[in-house]
Structures are given as C-alpha cells and as structure tokens.
Design a protein around this ligand. Structure first.
Ligand SMILES: NC(=O)c1ccc[n+]([C@@H]2O[C@H](COP(=O)([O-])OP(=O)(O)OC[C@H]3O[C@@H](n4cnc5c(N)ncnc54)[C@H](OP(=O)(O)O)[C@@H]3O)[C@@H](O)[C@H]2O)c1
Length: 201
C-alpha cells in the first residue's frame, strides 16, 4: 500500500516508518521541514497541496504536533484555541480533506494521548485535544465515504521519550516502542474502524 506518514521524521515515526517499509509498503514521509513532502497541519492550503502531490494514497498516518503544556490558573480560551490548531484541527483537516483525495478503502490513523482519560497537571489543552479527537473518530468512522476507515492511537508516554518527558510526568509508565508500532501497523493493515486504541503500557 502507498502510505503517507505525517510526522514520520519524528520520534514515533523513526520506528514506524521502517516497520511499514519492511512490511512492503511504499511510504511517503511528510513534515513542515522534514520528509519527502512538506505540510503544516495548521495550514489547510498545505494539506490540500500535500494530497495533490502524493495522489490517491491507501493510508494516512498522523504522528505530528503535540499539545503544549499549560497553567490552568492563567489559561485563556484564546490560548486553548491556539493549542488545538495543529494537533486537533490539523488532524481533523487531514481527514476532512483527505476523504476527497484518498483511494477507496483508505485508512486514516490519528494520534491522541493518555490525557484524554487521565488528569495530570498542566495538560488541560492536551486532554481536550485528545478527548475531542476520540469523539471525532467515532463520528467519522460511520460517515467516511467509499469504505474508508479511521482509528486513533492514544499513547501514554512512549519508551523513546522517557528522557524528554519523565520530569513532567514522574511515575508514568511508558509504552514499549514495539507494542506501540504494532498498534499503528494494525490500524493500517487491518479492517477495524472507529477504534480508540489506548496504548497505556
Ligand atoms: N512522545 C510521546 O511520549 C508521546 C506520548 C503520547 C502522545 N504522543 C503524540 O504522538 C505524536 C508524535 O509524537 P512524537 O514524540 O513522535 O513527536 P516528535 O518527535 O516531536 O515529532 C513530530 C513530527 O511531526 C512533525 N510536525 C510537527 N508539527 C507539525 C505540523 N504542524 N505539521 C506537520 N508536521 C509537523 C515534525 O517534523 P517537522 O518539524 O519537520 O514538521 C516531526 O517529524 C504527537 O501527536 C504527540 O503528542 C507522543
């Protein structure tokens, strides 16, 4: 299958892209400055341009753009809205726009995160983004045209990011990278749709 992986040059992507290639897929990596094709999830025009460039792909995987940490006592609705631009609205736009460009039966695999289900300090934005993505996937799964599928992987802190995030989330048990990669592979290669895959280690 021909698969575009948005954020494929990042921490998860560095594990997932070789796994997809070793399973025989033709992978196009996309990012703002990294990858084979350039796209910024905050820009609808670049999403349209990416789909025109890559053609009718069989799968879209999104592993790009984090929710920013925040301080609840100083959080504003404007800041929350800004925080949602790439990871929530950008991934939503990948699907809303992609439904008109992708091949029949194509899959969309989005990425959310554990804060949809667990409250931790300083992640109000991250929680709202991920919870909203879960709701979006449920609706999209029953309305996508031409046999298209959609699922979302919701990771806890990942094994390869412990050094980066451990100080913010002490005691959070990471999900092993091979387990996480298997979840994405199943979304791309399987038949399921509407799944929220809680990769919580
Ligand atoms: N790492 C974790 O522990 C963890 C845990 C739970 C959930 N997640 C989620 O998993 C996803 C991937 O995480 P990661 O750690 O692999 O991220 P990462 O290492 O920061 O890599 C992000 C990738 O996305 C691209 N990107 C960033 N912003 C973008 C934008 N606006 N438009 C298009 N591409 C963009 C980056 O390339 P360019 O700079 O070239 O654009 C990069 O290739 C994120 O949604 C993250 O929140 C991660």
């Amino acid at each position: 299958m021909r698969i575009v992986v948005v954020g494929g040059g990042g921490t998860i992507g560095r594990r997932l892209v070789p796994a997809l290639r070793s399973n025989g897929h033709d992978v196009v990596v996309a990012g703002r400055t990294s990858g084979d094709v350039h796209v910024d999830l905050t820009s609808h025009a670049t999403i349209e341009a990416m789909y025109r460039e890559v053609g009718a792909v069989d799968g879209v995987v999104s592993i790009a753009a984090h929710g920013a940490l925040d301080e609840f006592k100083t959080l504003t609705s404007d800041a929350l809205h800004e925080n949602m631009q790439a990871k929530f609205f950008g991934q939503v736009d990948l699907v809303l726009t992609g439904q008109h460009h992708c091949a029949d039966g194509a899959s969309f695999t989005l990425t959310s995160g554990i804060f949809a289900d667990q409250a931790w300090p300083h992640v109000t934005g991250g929680g709202v983004i991920s919870g909203a993505l879960h709701s979006f996937v449920l609706s999209a799964a029953i309305e996508l045209p031409r046999g298209m599928r959609i699922n979302v992987v919701s990771p806890t802190m990942i094994g390869d990011s412990v050094a980066t995030f451990d100080e913010h989330f002490p005691g959070m048990r990471p999900v092993p990278m091979n387990e996480l990669v298997d979840h994405y592979l199943r979304c791309v290669e399987g038949d399921d749709t509407g799944d929220i895959i809680r990769a919580y280690g």
